[in-house]
Each structure stands twice: as structure tokens, then as C-alpha cells.
Design a protein around this ligand. Structure first.
Ligand SMILES: [Zn+2]
Length: 88
């Protein structure tokens, strides 16, 4: 069941972030989640945690979505740290 992004109100930071980082989300869900990330510290934090775990996992298997990681990395570069952009 991956319809959380249709409702747009509920979120499950841990699961949403895991799916986002692993590239499991459909394109429009990714778009929604990226917009959501900018306003949601919980999800942002989970994505950051997920990226660390994923970086380790990538040593064992190929990355699924390089573009996805680049976009997340771009967010991090904009903020200048792993902190949430809103905090700066
Ligand atoms: Zn959220």
C-alpha cells in the first residue's frame, strides 16, 4: 500500500523517506515528497539518515537512481549542511 502520497496530509517519515531514498516511489510521489521535505523536518531528517544507510548499502549493490541522490545532495548543498534549509 503506497497511496500515502495521494492524500497529501498524512506522512510516515521513516517509511516515506526509506522509499524515497531507495527509489521506490512513482515520479509524482517523488515530486510531492521533495516539496514536502522542504517544509517537514521529520521527513528531512529521515531522508538524511536514509542516505547514510544507503551509502553503505551501495557498496554491496548498484545504486538504483543516481539522479535521485543527486537531487537530494543538491538540497544538502543549498543548505550548506545536513540541517533543514528552513533552519538557516
Ligand atoms: Zn513529513
Amino acid at each position: 500500500m503506497k497511496s500515502w502520497w495521494v492524500r497529501r496530509r498524512r506522512h510516515d517519515p521513516e517509511r516515506n523517506a526509506a522509499e524515497y531514498v531507495s527509489g521506490e516511489l512513482p515520479r509524482r510521489a517523488i515530486r510531492w515528497f521533495e516539496a514536502h521535505l522542504l517544509g517537514c523536518e521529520e521527513c528531512w531528517h529521515e531522508v538524511m539518515l536514509g542516505r547514510v544507510g544507503r551509502a553503505m548499502a551501495e557498496e554491496a549493490r548498484e545504486p538504483l537512481t543516481r539522479g535521485l541522490r543527486d537531487r537530494v545532495r543538491a538540497h544538502v548543498q543549498v543548505s550548506g549542511s545536513a540541517g533543514h534549509p528552513r533552519e538557516r
